[in-house]
Ligand binder design. Structure first.
Ligand code: PLP
Length: 508
């Protein structure tokens, strides 16, 4: 191939090279599928946390794109040799970090279909199936979660699949903001205040900032170990009253079901009772734990959701659906649409003008959108609700097991009681050992726990992450990778014990 130049090439593409050719696609896709199957079969052989140094890839790949075509075999060889070592293997059964980003055969294949059609379904007319399947799937999942009827399309509300929780919250804050500013006047935007607990995910702060809420008007209501790090109605009321007294306007409350640090649950009903006195919008962030609430035994964590304005959870965390997907329901789609709708000439069409269809561009930040409902539809149909519940229960069961291991070992302590499939523990500040009792104090326990975590992760055998709750450094073990089985949880505990023994024994 010649060098890049501005002249028209003398000949067209060689016939074998086209951006898409069905039989070529079949051959390459089979190569890629074989690669993926082998990757999954070998996944336990990789160190879970990538061990590369920053900048490693710059040293391995050419510094500019190839001018001519390269064979798929060569590209896959480089994926194996250069990309895989730089992966932290979130799909490994030994991955217990952050929250899971789990997947499934059905989710994967749904993703393939979504990509195959590659339809940007921004208006109903651009792909009616994309919009209508999303409407239907959102009602299905809403029913699985026993959301109040007003959240469903069939009840006057509705749902939309966003990319992430951050986007979902941003859209609802903007809807609430515009609704409020219509009442109190645009010039009062600086008076708007938003509330959450000090355990709330940073996504809420980011969304509020983007929505134009002043940084100093973001209230993080304090939580304590005594309340298992959930927000109390009294704490919320005190914060609101102080703001009202100062002439500010309470706008938005974002309680969490399943906080990121410790999976704490804010009590929705009592918090809504306070927020509603002030006409606030309440959005529930259940990014991780929302999944579990399709099981009757966990549904009580959503008690009070009927008093809220909107609710979201992430199927791309713990619902066997690949990234990205965040399901958002609102009671009043009109508020969302008022804040987000646009109507340019080049998108005008009869169905939209007759207002007889959902145009999802008016429910989100961007215009273009992927056909995400396909993957959820495949997941739900391939497994069925009962199996989905059982998948989740299995993870919770394994987490219970790990929690038992921790509780039985006097060198450790569970710091916050487990609600779902995540355990939060640390080296005990007063540990009892076979030969002695050692008093490390909180500071000592923090340091030892951090050191233990690093040592465990460096081993590459398992991967866990940390949080600090109430000043206490904790290790979080989030069970939820699709491939995790009992033996992996047992291994995780073995690794923790082994590294703790090494570390604590070398202590003088
Ligand atoms: C993971 C998580 C988020 C962030 O989710 P994104 O989809 O990445 O924006 C927000 N809130 C909670 C409680 C989470 O666990």
């Amino acid at each position: 191939m010649g060098s890049l130049n501005t002249q028209e090439p003398e000949t067209g593409f060689p016939t074998s090279i086209k951006p898409f050719e069905p039989e070529e696609f079949r051959r390459h896709a089979h190569l890629v599928i074989d690669f993926i199957v082998d990757y999954y079969k070998n996944i336990e052989n990789y160190p879970v946390r990538s061990q590369v140094e920053p900048g490693y890839l710059w040293k391995r790949v050419p510094d500019s794109a190839p001018n001519g075509p390269e064979p798929m075999e060569d590209i896959l060889r480089d994926v194996r040799n250069d990309i895989v070592p730089g992966l932290t293997h979130w799909q490994s059964p030994n991955f217990f970090g952050y929250f899971p980003s789990n997947m499934s055969t059905a989710g994967f294949l749904g993703e393939m279909l979504c990509t195959a059609f590659n339809t940007p379904g921004f208006n109903w007319i651009t792909s009616p199936a994309s919009t209508e399947l999303e409407n239907i799937v959102m009602d299905w999942i809403g029913k699985m979660l026993q959301l109040p009827h007003e959240f469903l399309f069939s009840g006057g509300g509705g749902g939309v699949i966003q990319g992430t929780t951050c986007e979902a919250i941003l859209c609802t804050v903007v809807a609430a903001r515009d609704r409020m500013l219509q009442k109190i006047g645009l010039e009062n935007i600086t008076k708007l205040v938003v509330y959450a607990s000090d355990q709330t995910h940073s996504a809420f702060q980011k969304a509020s900032q983007i929505a134009g809420i002043r940084r100093e008007n973001f209230r993080a209501v304090g939580t304590t170990a005594r309340n298992a790090f959930s927000m109390t109605p009294d704490g919320l009321r005190a914060a609101i009253e102080a703001d009202v007294k100062a002439g500010l306007v309470p706008l938005f409350l974002c309680p969490t079901v399943g906080t990121t640090s410790s999976t704490a649950v804010d009590p929705l009903g009592p918090l809504c009772d306070v927020a509603k006195e002030y006409g606030m919008w309440v959005h529930v962030d259940a990014a991780y734990a929302g999944s579990a609430c399709i099981c009757p035994e966990f549904r009580h964590f959503l008690d009070g959701v009927e008093k809220t304005d909107s609710f979201s959870f992430n199927p791309h965390k713990w619902f066997f659906t690949t990234m990205d997907s965040c399901c958002l329901w609102v009671k009043d789609p009109g508020s969302l649409n008022d804040a987000l709708s646009t109507n340019p000439e080049y998108l005008k069409n009869k169905a939209s003008e007759l207002k007889c269809v959902v145009d999802y561009k008016d429910w989100q930040i961007c215009l273009n959108r992927r056909f995400r409902s396909l993957k959820l539809w495949l997941v739900l149909r391939t497994y069925g609700v009962a199996n989905m519940q059982n998948f989740l229960r299995r993870h919770v069961g394994m987490a219970k097991e790990f929690e038992c291991f921790v509780r039985k070992d006097t060198r450790f302590e569970v710091v916050v009681p487990r609600n779902f499939s995540t355990i939060v523990f640390r080296v005990s500040p007063v540990g009892t050992y076979p030969d002695s009792t050692r008093v490390f104090g909180d500071q000592g326990a923090n340091e030892l726990t951090a050191k233990l975590l690093e040592s465990v992760n460096e081993s590459g055998k398992v991967f866990m992450t940390h949080a600090v709750v109430g000043g206490v450094y904790v290790i979080r073990v989030a069970v939820g990778a699709t491939l995790t089985e009992d033996r992996h949880v047992n291994l995780a505990w073995d690794v923790v014990q082994e590294h703790a023994s090494q570390m604590l024994l070398t202590l003088t």
